[in-house]
Design a protein around this ligand. Sequence first.
Ligand code: S3P
Length: 451
Amino acid sequence: MTAPSTLTARPVSASLNGAVRASGDKSLRGAVRAPGDKSMSHRSLIFGGMAKGVTEIEGLLEGDDILATARAVEAFGAQVERLGEGHWRVKGQGGFRSPGVVIDCGNAGTGVRLLMGAAAGYELSATFDGDASLRKRPMKRVTGPLADMGARFDWNGAEDRVPLTLDGGGLKAIEYVQTVASAQIKSAILLAGLNAAGETVVVEPEKSRDHTERMLRAFGAMVDVTEEGEGWRIRLKGGQKLTGTAVAVPGDPSSAAFPLAAALIVPGSEVTVEGVMLNPQRTGLFDTWIEMGADLTISKRRVSGGEDVGDITARYSELKGVTVPQERAASMIDEYPILSAVAAYAQGRTVMRGIGEMRVKESDRISLMVAGLTACGVAVEEEAEGFIVTGGPVGGGATVATAHDHRIAMSHLILGLAAEAPVSVLDPEMIATSFPGFVELMNGLGAEIAS
Ligand code: S3P
């Protein structure tokens, strides 16, 4: 079976083939919109596919990760249609069926883990796979609890990795206490719990992003969340049906971070990113920047799609290094790469610890940032579960390996905008997984990023 035409991936922007180079010191000015939030985009498609009826989505991120999820949801039996830019319609049948094709999630850890959780609750068989990066990422953190609920998994290759085959259905609820603060694990269990006998409970010692809980309610499910210690206890009764709804996806704070970071480090800059989601489980980077002395202001606070949203303006700032509180890690786990690039321009040490999870993202992000920053002349100390950056003049003049990781590529390009010599990144095409049009958007603000 071939992928339906509306869901095939767009060709990669011509400017993103081969190596791309960022050079600097031209100030950045202007107002832009961040692409739609990646976490909410995955969820809106998956929940829409599980639901009965029509889900109409505005502001969907049209990045490669999300297009892979759209194709997966269609393969599981929903009708998925692109109506216009960011405007999509999903007609769900009220459940998933056996797909008959391999579910290829591309580069997307969120996509594969949430889809496995969703699919586990139905009587079906599905094989999940992904690209070379996804094939290296741990899956037992999700298949373990799903197997405890009654799902069956066969490793097609290496244990703990995709490709794997899932046989779903006949689940019973579990109580699961998280050992890492992971929204992906929590979400997979809750989605499976929708079709499990009994009440599923997830206890999080530390809070992770709660888009699943919020969006499940928008789809008509009852989810009970109570504070427990520093975290949450989440309870969800099995046998609940989802009903299609309208979803407005706000701008992704993890993507907004890049143009804002550029404004902070390039003298004379002022950049506004409009419509950024401000869910407290996602804004740890902005809190950290403010502690570093960043001139960051939030205006036009409003609620959109069940989430707090605002416009964020960043102006060039003389920053100082800080120690990032470890308990903040979950609220900015994807943002340490760009934080470390900004920290290279701050005075003194920025200490980032308690972030071992960074090593199992799209790449080993600690090791790649340490290597890239070091190659650019930045003083960095690597630890098993963290790293420390000491700011100072950034020489640049290096070509950096990205291991096909979008955030590693974008972080180094931003670093290059204020460096003494240009910074080049290899394999930049993966930027399209989360931020299609990144180069064009940055250059529209005055950056110089080119191949
Ligand atoms: C995500 C959760 C995070 C994050 C990822 C998106 C989500 O992963 O790194 O980019 O949408 O649930 P973990 O929750 O596993 O840390």
